[in-house]
Design a protein around this ligand. Structure first.
Ligand code: ACO
Length: 316
């Protein structure tokens, strides 16, 4: 499987750390030094559905294919405007196609899960060109009165088109249950099952998340490199979930690899959950940082605790 196109869309509203300090007891220095984030884009008058559609249109154009060539849409989103139907159905309708669509939720690891499913569908010859879009409205599930969490996140959508061919991709996916990162939901109003609504905002044990992220990311990357018969030094770029600059630095530090191998955009996007790797891929693709034959290892981690890595060669 290979990636033949990338696309992205960010909300028009840019929120700086100084903007946050106007209504939260926080400051630019704390946020920059603890997370690496300087600004993020937050949905205001635009919607996540609009962003997802924009990212997909951009991606299909970049792939040089037409909408009728897309024979599956995989959409990852933690939360959007509805429970049913899935966001992928709105995307499909707007694009003007009738191919199968599926919504997934594997938290911040979603892009790796979607790639793995796409790889399986392609190998099973059930699809040839698959559009994957990760569209996240993190601003909807953080508590904007809690400085510990809301400063970390941003909204956005990133997409790729994958197709048959290229070098065999290698995957490792893992889940290990923990309460380090959770967000409750409303349970409805059944007269037969009275359950108290849980906390509807994101709750995070920051230090536990930090440790789990570093541990699992390194283990997952080791695993896929072993499957590919490669060493860490053979890799051109490690594209990690842009969760927090200090997590990325800790992973890089433990592997004793150079900074250039770990591109990042968290400084101006914040943590966009599953959208972070496709957003970074698109930025690198459009600025021609990626060259034919580059060896990429993608690694993501998130609530669950889910984690996953993918080894792939860049080349259209
Ligand atoms: N501004 C100012 N002060 C703050 C802020 C803020 N935004 N947030 C917390 N503080 C304060 C705390 O209240 C605390 O004050 P206290 O000492 O008076 O109690 C102090 O800063 C230090 O808090 P700690 O939690 O000890 O800070 P720490 O150095 O551990 O950093 C952080 C917190 C950045 C969240 C860290 O634990 C971390 O990086 N964890 C990883 C979590 C993460 O990145 N999650 C990403 C989302 S999950 C995912 O994508 C997988």
């Amino acid at each position: 499987m290979k990636i033949i196109g990338t696309g992205s869309a960010l909300p028009h509203l840019v929120v700086t750390n100084d903007d946050l300090s106007k209504f939260l007891d926080t400051n630019d220095e704390w946020i920059r030094t603890r997370t690496g984030i300087q600004s993020r884009n937050i949905l205001s008058t635009d919607t996540i559905t609009e962003l997802a559609i924009k990212a997909c249109q951009d991606c299909i154009k970049n792939a040089g294919i037409s909408v009728s060539d897309v024979d599956y849409i995989l959409c990852h989103t933690i939360i959007y405007d509805a429970i049913i139907p899935g966001l992928s159905t709105f995307i499909q309708d707007e694009l003007g196609t009738d191919c199968p669509t599926l919504d997934l939720n594997a938290a911040c690891t979603g892009f790796i899960y979607a790639l793995d499913i796409a790889d399986s569908l392609i190998k099973a010859k059930k699809a040839k060109n698959i559009l994957i879009v990760c569209a996240e409205e993190t601003s909807r599930f953080v508590d904007w009165t809690k400085r510990e969490t809301c400063v970390l996140f941003g909204d956005g959508a990133g997409a790729v088109v994958v197709t048959e061919g290229g070098e065999d991709c290698k995957f490792r996916l893992k889940t290990q249950h923990t309460d380090a990162l959770i967000c409750g939901a409303n349970y409805g109003n059944s007269p037969f099952n009275k359950v108290e609504n849980s906390e509807p905002y994101l709750y995070m044990k920051g230090r536990d998340v930090f440790k789990l992220a570093v541990l699992n990311s390194i283990r997952d990357m080791e695993h896929v490199l072993k499957l590919a018969g490669k060493e860490f030094t053979d890799v051109t770029y490690f594209l990690l979930h842009q969760a927090n600059m200090r997590i990325l630095d800790a992973i890089r530090g433990q592997l004793a690899l150079s900074e250039e191998k770990f591109p990042h955009n968290i400084e101006h996007t914040g943590n966009t959950s599953s959208a972070s790797i496709p957003l970074l891929l698109d930025e690198m693709n459009k600025t021609e940082q990626l060259k034919e034959g580059d060896v990429l290892v993608l690694s993501a981690f998130g609530a669950g605790f889910t984690s996953g890595a993918c080894y792939l060669k860049w080349g259209k």
